[in-house]
Each structure stands twice: as structure tokens, then as C-alpha cells.
Design a protein. Structure first.
Lengths: 428, 316
């Protein structure tokens, strides 16, 4: 038993590195062999259908963040700004554009030309981004429109008229997407293959949920920002693939081992935190370090929900009616994970309780107005109405020019001091 | 600033500010549509902060060429209509909708006529006058706006102003947040703005809508089939660069001013596509940013005057 534990420690990290390497190799090979590749996005990748056609999926957001983690994003950002793009738009778009206009040579492999783009409306910038490739390569762009949250007192469920209208619209579009994929690949759609992939996604969703639940433990076995992002990356790139589920099973086993051993993500867990907003990839370790030095660990992250394509919400495909069920489940999982960003206070309050969180870090980035616009308001509302402490800070996803370490440290330190004062006042 | 992040366009902030300052207390309903990533937050922010307003999102389709988009949009119109019925206690009948469509048809006819005058005889009406006349539609019942335009249009045509030696430009980039009126005044000092996308929402539908037996169905058809273009709507039948070039040629313009509101992601992204297309076509253009709250215009004046003068020499 002890030997097994030793064998598992660190396995996840190695596995994730190898899998991302193999994902990059598949893109590089597809480019070299002239095979069609689909450009897709993490929120609503519709991997279920693309995988049915054996279309390798290129995730430009993942490619962009990887340049930042390796300290290479600035060269691409500047190339895109020289091309004409404003400093005030999405950094991912600019890194990707910079890559495309400079030969598509990514630090980890060759970024292929897209043969098809599938963009959901879960981020409107996806659509603008897709139009950039459309102009560059003349590839077909399919916008999969997923209607979402509608405002005051809106309830969304299987029994509602609005849901039924949305489902019909989405199911119809999925049929249209299949036709486009058949044209691009020259392959006929195989519904049984789709069913198999959907079953894999059901399993991945179960595993992902189990992994998240483990962080209810004290200490939390993983950091939802640093490690969680790896889990999310694999969930995106390998959604519907058996090797993705094997990875999640390994993660689960390794984390269970940590829980059994009483090992947490930090040596001594003093504060349990939640991240709302995105990560900061240009200063990835520095960002986490600001919190870790106070014994703070991110036990939960909204990012793992929406950028994980809603897989945390519990996907239950009924493969006896595949397209109908696919439409239905996307609307019940992927779409709310994104729509929730706009009206997130109730969900956040529940997560706060669920993970016994001490404070929330709202991280706003100019690069992403989808996730960042309403953060100050949400923070204000949660504090005034539910006495949930929150810190609002700003930097960026990939642009290191927006990382102001001294200012960030001042604010983070003050936040922890206030959390400590709350503890003293509460007699804890 | 405590509610909305600083890197978001002015329009979201100023509309919220108006409500928080009590200037919109008459409002019972606030309908937005998710045209951009920032605007999608309006519904949430307003719902959290204002119990006295029914904040709704009308989810216009992002896939307008899907065969399923039309029925979906009709459903959305029905949903919003029933929210209004609930709020007002009045049933919205097909007849009432038909009558309303007639009023709006008339309004759009007047606005099309106003824009024809701008295109054909820009010396008869300044940009600021035309813009103010158009924008008034957002501040008064459309029936009153129709009365205003019925009176104003013949008066404009009866003016005796003479053409001046100014370049003819299209202004693009005012599809959502509007430039300050003083900025338009600065531009009009140097150019004739012969067409633009200012307040494009009021002119989105380009032909009369025939209400028929099912007015909501007719409105959905008009939205898809007889409509303008903007950076916040993807319709593969209407590539934005092609549409801008058509606007420029349709207005017999010599150049373009491609503006974008500061922090407006769709506008800023589209600027690059527009600019490259204009370069390819050899159409002179000036790229600039603006904010609705800007109050210093010397830089704009200098840029526009330099641009206009260089073209006057070129065309001379």
C-alpha cells in the first residue's frame, strides 16, 4: 500500500505534461500531413461532435496561455500590436494573431492552419477571433449559438418553454454543424461513435466532480489555481477520449492518497480561498506566491467551472437520443457555467459554504471582459449582503506589462490582515 | 468604479450611473441584449442592484444563418412580450403590434430620407444637426419624433446653403457608444460626413416591415433579411469590410474615418479589418478612438484637419 502511494505522488503532474506534449504533437503532425484541424474554444468546444470526425482540436486560448507561462507571450503581443491591434483588447487574441502572422511557430509545436472554426457565443470575442482566421485562411466559421441566462427571476429547466425553444435551436444547429464537418473531412457522420464519446464525457464529468469534492477536505489536497488548471486543460483537450478519463482517475487516486495522508496543497493551510475570474499566466507562480506566503490556498475556482466547459456541473448524456441530449446537456452545463459569470453571487455564496472558504479573490483582467466586467459589483454585493470578504485585484492573463507586483502585494497583504482581524473578532 | 471594472466602455458605466443617481427612476423594465462581453453583464449588475426594475436580456441569435434561428427569435420576442404584458397588465394584440410597426416604419422612412439628404446634399444639414434629429428618437415617443421629422425634413430641403470644398467621408464606429457631439462638430468643420453608423440601432431595419397576421414573425424576418450590419453581429452574408465599402461607395465618399469607442473590444478589433480592407482598396482613412465623456478635442481637430487637408491637396 505504501509503495502504491509513493508511486502515485507526482504521477499526475508527469502525466499531464506528457499528455499536453502528445496533444501538441498531434497538432504538429496534422499540420505537416495537411490533415484538417478544428480551431475551438474551451467554453463550448463541442468536442463530442468534432471527435466523432477525428478532427484534431486546436485550443488557441491554451496555446496563448502556454506562451505566457513560458515567458514568451510578449513577442507575440507586440507583433499583433504592430499589425494594428489595440493594447485594450483580449491578450489571447493578440498572442494568437502574433503567432499566426509570424509563422505559427509555438514554443511547443506547430500551430496548424484551421480547416474549420467552431465558436460559441459563450464569449463574444470568440466570434471576432474566428473572423480573424476566416480572413487569414478563408476557412468555414460555424457559430454555435447557445442562449443563456435572461435576467430577473429567470429559471431555466427542462420543463420550461424557453428551454425547449433554446434546445430546438441548439439541436438544429448541431445538425448543421455535422453537415459542415462532413464537408470539411469528407467523412460520413457516425452516430454510434458519437454515443461512445458521449459516454466517455459522462464518465469524465463524474470524475471531475469527485475531484472537486475532495477539496472540501481540510487541508485541501490541491490548489484550484495551479493544479486545477492542469486538470481543466486535460478536461478540455481530452474531453471524450479514454485517455482523458484515465488521467482523471489517476488524479482522483493521487488526491485521495493526499487526503488520507493529511497532506494539503500548502505545507500549513491557514486560509482557504476562492478565485473568481481568471488566472494570471504571465506571472503564474508570482500570483500564487502572493497568497501562499500567508498560508493561503485556493480551494475552489470559478475558472475550473466555466473554462472547463461546464464539466463540473454534472453531464448526463442519454445516448438513446444523442443529438437531443447533447443540446439539452450543453444548455444545462456549459451555458450556465458561463452565464453564471453574469449573475454569479448565489452560486458563489454556495461555493463559499461548500468549501469553507475564508475569502474570495476577484481577479479582473483587461484581457477578458466576459469574466471581469461585473467582478467589482459581485464583490460589493457579497460583502454587503452576506458578509463574504472579497479582494479585487487586477493584472492580466498574458500581458506582463500589467503586472504591478508592489501594488498587488500591498493589496493582498492588507486582505490577509483583514481576514486575520475577522478571525480575532470572531474568536477563532 | 466600485461596480464595474475600469477597463470597460463608458456606456455601461454611464447608464448605471444614471440609474444610481436617480435619473431613471421612472423605468420599470430594462432590456439589454448580449452584443458584447461587457454588455452581457448589464442584466446581472442591474438585477443585483435594482429591485424596482425588471432587467431582461433579449437574446438575439448569434447564428443568424441557421435555419432554426428565425423560430428561435420569434420565441424570444414572445417571451419579452409576455414579460411586458405581465408588467403592464395589458395584452399585446396583433392589431396593436401592427399599429406600432406602422409608426416605426414611418419613423425609419423619415430617417432614411434624412440620410438621403445627408448623402446627396450634405451642405444643407450639418452632421450635428442630423445627428441630434436622429438621436431625439431615443428620448421621445416615436409618434412625436415622426411629427418632428415631418416638419423638419421639408425645412432642411428648402435651405439655400451652397456646397463647400470639403471632402466627403463616411464615419464608422458609432454603432453603440456614441462619440461626444463636440467631436462630431470638430469633424464636420473639416469634412462632410455623408453616411455613418451612428445610432445604427434606430436604423437597423432597412425596409418597411409588413406586419401581416403574425407581426412578431414579420419582425424576426426583417431582423434577418432587411437589416444593416455592425461589428457586434456576425452574419456571414454581410462581411463587415464588404459592407463598409458598400456604404462608402453608396455615399460617393472619398474617404473614411474609422472610429472605435475606447475599451470597446468589438469596435477595436473591427478597426483592424476595416483598415486593411480600405488599404487594399486604396481608400484614405483615419483611425481614431473616442469616449462619450471626452471633453478635449484639440487632438481630434488636428488629426482631422491634417487628414482633410492632405486629401484636398491630393484630390485637387
Amino acid at each position: 500500500m505504501t509503495e502504491n502511494k509513493k508511486a502515485l505522488a507526482g504521477t499526475t503532474r508527469l502525466m499531464s505534461r506528457e499528455m499536453m506534449g502528445s496533444w501538441w504533437q498531434s497538432l504538429t503532425d496534422a499540420d505537416a500531413e495537411g490533415r484538417p484541424v478544428a480551431n475551438v474554444f474551451v467554453m463550448g468546444s463541442i468536442a463530442e461532435i468534432l471527435r466523432t470526425f477525428d478532427l484534431p482540436m486546436s485550443f488557441p486560448e491554451v496555446a496563448a496561455l502556454q506562451t505566457a507561462v513560458r515567458g514568451r507571450s510578449m513577442e507575440y503581443l507586440l507583433a499583433a500590436e504592430d499589425y494594428g491591434y489595440s493594447p485594450d483588447i483580449c491578450g489571447y487574441v493578440k498572442v494568437d494573431t502574433g503567432l499566426h502572422i509570424s509563422g505559427r511557430n509555438h514554443p511547443q509545436g506547430k500551430l496548424p492552419e484551421p480547416a474549420i472554426v467552431v465558436a460559441t457565443n459563450m464569449c463574444n470575442t470568440y466570434i471576432k477571433w474566428a473572423e480573424i482566421w476566416e480572413r487569414m485562411y478563408g476557412c468555414p466559421v460555424f457559430v454555435l449559438d447557445l442562449p443563456g441566462w435572461r435576467g430577473s427571476d429567470f429559471h431555466y429547466g427542462l420543463d420550461g418553454a424557453t428551454f425547449e425553444s433554446d434546445r430546438c435551436y441548439v439541436e438544429g444547429q448541431l445538425g448543421e454543424l455535422i453537415t459542415v464537418c462532413e464537408q470539411v473531412t469528407g467523412t460520413k457522420f457516425d452516430v454510434d461513435k458519437l454515443r461512445d464519446i458521449m459516454l466517455e464525457v459522462n464518465r469524465m464529468s463524474e470524475l471531475y466532480q469527485e475531484i472537486l469534492t475532495l477539496n472540501e477536505n481540510r487541508p485541501a489536497p490541491f490548489n484550484a489555481v495551479t493544479e486545477g488548471i492542469n486538470y481543466m486543460g486535460i478536461a478540455n483537450a481530452f474531453r471524450g477520449a479514454p485517455e482523458g478519463n484515465l488521467f482523471m482517475e489517476t488524479v482522483l487516486a493521487e488526491l485521495k492518497e493526499r487526503v488520507a495522508d493529511g497532506k494539503g496543497a500548502v505545507a500549513e493551510e491557514k486560509f482557504r480561498l476562492m478565485l473568481v475570474g481568471t488566472a494570471c499566466y504571465s506571472n503564474f507562480r508570482d500570483f500564487n506566491g502572493l497568497f501562499e506566503q500567508w498560508g493561503g490556498t485556493f480551494v475552489a475556482s470559478e475558472y475550473m467551472s466555466y473554462a472547463g466547459g461546464g464539466i463540473d456541473r454534472g453531464i448526463h448524456y442519454d445516448v438513446s437520443r444523442p443529438l437531443e441530449s447533447l443540446a439539452e446537456q450543453i444548455l444545462l452545463t456549459a451555458q450556465p457555467s458561463m452565464s453564471g459569470i453574469f449573475h454569479s453571487h448565489d452560486w458563489l455564496a454556495k461555493q463559499f459554504e461548500r468549501y469553507s472558504v475564508d475569502g474570495i479573490c476577484f481577479h479582473g483582467v483587461k484581457s477578458c471582459r466576459t469574466t471581469s466586467t461585473g467582478l467589482p459589483d459581485t464583490r460589493e454585493w457579497l460583502f454587503k449582503n452576506m458578509d463574504i470578504p472579497g479582494l479585487f485585484i487586477q493584472s492580466d492573463l498574458v500581458d506582463s506589462r500589467l503586472w504591478a507586483e508592489a501594488q498587488l502585494k500591498n493589496r493582498v497583504d492588507a486582505f490577509f490582515e483583514s481576514l486575520e482581524s475577522r478571525r480575532v473578532l470572531a474568536g477563532r | 468604479d466600485a461596480r464595474i471594472a475600469a477597463f470597460v466602455c463608458s456606456i455601461l458605466r454611464s447608464s448605471l450611473e444614471l440609474k444610481m443617481a436617480g435619473h431613471l427612476d421612472f423605468m420599470s423594465m430594462f432590456v439589454t441584449h448580449p452584443i458584447c462581453d461587457a454588455a452581457r453583464h448589464c442584466g446581472g449588475v442591474w438585477t443585483r442592484n435594482f429591485d424596482d426594475v425588471n432587467s431582461q436580456i433579449l437574446y438575439y441569435p448569434h447564428n443568424p444563418t441557421s435555419a432554426f434561428a428565425h423560430d428561435y427569435l420569434v420565441g424570444e420576442y414572445r417571451r419579452i412580450a409576455s414579460s411586458i404584458e405581465e408588467l403592464t397588465g395589458h395584452k399585446i394584440t396583433a392589431q396593436a403590434l401592427g399599429e406600432s410597426i406602422d409608426v416605426f416604419n414611418e419613423n425609419r422612412r423619415h430617417l432614411r430620407e434624412l440620410y438621403r439628404i445627408k448623402r446627396d446634399t450634405p451642405w444643407l444639414i450639418s452632421t450635428v444637426e442630423a445627428y441630434s434629429l436622429t438621436r431625439a428618437a431615443g428620448l421621445m415617443p416615436r409618434e412625436e419624433h415622426n411629427l418632428l421629422l415631418r416638419k423638419a425634413l421639408p425645412l432642411i430641403e428648402s435651405r439655400s446653403a451652397k456646397p463647400q470644398d470639403r471632402i466627403r467621408v463616411v464615419f464608422e464606429g458609432g454603432f453603440c457608444e456614441q462619440p461626444a457631439i463636440d467631436m462630431l462638430a470638430v469633424i464636420q468643420d473639416a469634412c462632410y460626413i455623408v453616411d455613418d453608423d451612428l445610432m445604427i440601432g434606430l436604423r437597423w431595419i432597412t425596409e418597411d416591415v409588413v406586419a401581416g397576421d403574425d407581426p412578431l414573425d414579420a419582425l424576426a424576418t426583417a431582423y434577418f433579411e432587411s437589416s444593416s450590419y455592425s461589428p457586434v453581429q456576425r452574419d456571414e452574408r454581410k462581411p463587415k469590410e464588404k459592407m463598409l465599402l458598400e456604404r462608402i461607395r453608396g455615399a460617393n465618399a472619398e474617404a473614411a474615418i474609422v472610429g472605435a469607442a475606447k475599451m470597446c473590444e468589438p469596435g477595436l478589433e473591427e478597426q483592424v479589418g476595416y483598415s486593411r480592407a480600405l488599404d487594399e482598396e486604396g481608400i484614405p482613412h483615419l483611425v481614431m478612438e473616442f469616449e462619450e465623456k471626452m471633453n478635449v478635442f484639440e487632438q481630434v481637430r488636428m488629426e482631422v484637419e491634417t487628414f482633410a487637408e492632405s486629401l484636398l491637396f491630393e484630390f485637387a
